[in-house]
Design a protein around this ligand. Sequence first.
Ligand code: MG
Length: 258
Amino acid sequence: MTIALKSDKEIEILREGGRRHAAILKALADMVEPGLSTLTLEEEARRLIREEGDKPAHLGYTPYGASRPFPAALCVSVNDEIVHGIPNEVPKVLKQGDVVKIDLSLIHKGMFTDSAITVGVGALDDEAQQLLEVTKAALVAGIAAALPGGKIGDIGAAISAVVEPSGFSLAKDLVGHGVGYKIHEDPYVPNVGKKGTGEELVPGLVIAIEPMVNTGKPGWKTLPDGYTISTKDGSRSAHFEHTVAITEKGNIILTSND
Ligand code: MG
């Protein structure tokens, strides 16, 4: 394992990229309504990224073990799709009550940020609304536990402590990761863990924290397109993700405009 710590100057670049990243996700979320095609989200994402002079990291990226490069700038995953849905191959038309995950990795001045949101199409039913609340609360708890002097396991312990009592489940073995110079770097950031175990959280560490929560069981499968991961039992899933820098004093949520 090689953990590449980032300098203050690099974290500043990531912060600027993260602000742009948050603005793009917000603009895309605001477009979501019944009748919208996921292809329109993809096209608008490319336009917004280009307009700022930045680049989408997923487009053309071939993860380890994949047989072809990812064909889109965005991952858009609907309802039982957990992550890595492809919006421009077989575009979907969104309908009232759908649970839509929009995941973007952005390259600004050569530095990578990763962030995802889940948006309801129109009004959601009670279960879906609760799913979004629990998943968001799990991310907030995970970030609050990502402190200098702590361990990676503190983050997973905090996330699972929020998800477990809800009766929902964390998608099995899907994890967060280091980020900054590349989309995926060491260390892994699991959504389950034991407090006080794992790699140390040190200033300069930049990680993507990303709980993925299913209303049903933890199991998932990869669809024949080779990328889309959906729940095995057809239950719905939500995903929230931020890129976070560990600092001397605490942490900074890089992909936020707050
Ligand atoms: Mg990620």
